[in-house]
Write a protein that binds this ligand. Structure first.
Ligand SMILES: C[S@@+](CC[C@H](N)C(=O)[O-])C[C@H]1O[C@@H](n2cnc3c(N)ncnc32)[C@H](O)[C@@H]1O
Length: 219
């Protein structure tokens, strides 16, 4: 693949748009099912909780989470891409919990302070420049003991993905954990899952999922 195409893939992953954006959204639903399920599992949401997801894409992979939240639960999807936000509103429209899709960047949307039980973000940290400010913002949204869970590909896996060289912030798990700690999260821990090989063009590339959890301290 040429540099121009790799840049286009990277740009679509950071903010899907246009006709190709719809294709990218569907493709992510296949490639990211495992990491998404593992992140949702680690969040361990309960019926009636209020959960924020930053960067849900078209929302399809969030359905198992919304099913757990049930009719008394709240799901806020914060999605920067106009296209993905519209798709997520459509795809999640028949869920029994209250669904609010906030179309904008996580740095701009309003979430009531200390109102949220948990936040997830899957394959999103690469697109955040100022990670410590982002973590501090999430900390302000969650209640005392509120959880945050991030699903990312490891720096090793990202360094093997040709498009990730164009605009991705590639960070080690240690660096992410250190910034979470600096932002005031505690009980930080991570799990790594090997997903084997995936094909990219005519090359096979090793892929993994790193799930990083933390929580806001009591009061
Ligand atoms: C690589 S996709 C991941 C989608 C889905 N979570 C998954 O794993 O399949 C990243 C998503 O995050 C969104 N995004 C990127 N930066 C964002 C930001 N600052 N605020 C809100 N959404 C953002 C993009 O528009 C895109 O839909």
């Amino acid at each position: 693949m040429e540099e121009k195409e790799l840049r286009s893939v990277a740009s679509q992953l950071s903010c899907p748009e246009g006709e190709f954006g719809l294709v990218v959204g569907d493709k992510m639903n296949v490639l990211n099912q495992f990491i998404s399920n593992k992140t949702i599992e680690a969040l361990s949401a309960k019926q009636g909780e209020s959960i924020v997801e930053v960067g849900p894409g078209n929302g399809f992979l969030s359905i198992p989470l919304l099913d757990v939240l049930g009719k008394d639960g709240y799901y806020f999807g914060v999605e920067m891409s106009d296209l993905m936000a519209a798709e997520a509103s459509r795809i999640l429209s028949d869920k029994s919990c209250t669904v609010e899709i906030l179309n904008g960047s996580c740095s701009e949307v309003y979430i009531k302070p200390s109102s949220i039980d948990g936040v997830i973000a899957i394959n999103v940290l690469y697109f955040i420049e100022d990670l410590i400010s982002f973590f501090k913002q999430l900390r302000s949204w969650v209640k005392p003991r509120g959880r945050v869970v991030f699903g990312v590909r490891s720096d090793r896996a990202l360094n093997n993905l040709p498009f990730a060289q164009y605009g991705f912030n590639i960070r080690s798990t240690d660096e992410i954990e250190m910034l979470m700690e600096q932002a005031g999260f505690v009980s930080i821990a991570s799990s790594v899952y090997d997903e084997g090989m995936t094909s990219f063009g005519d090359v096979d590339i090793p892929v993994d999922s790193v799930i990083i959890v933390g929580r806001k301290p009591d009061m």
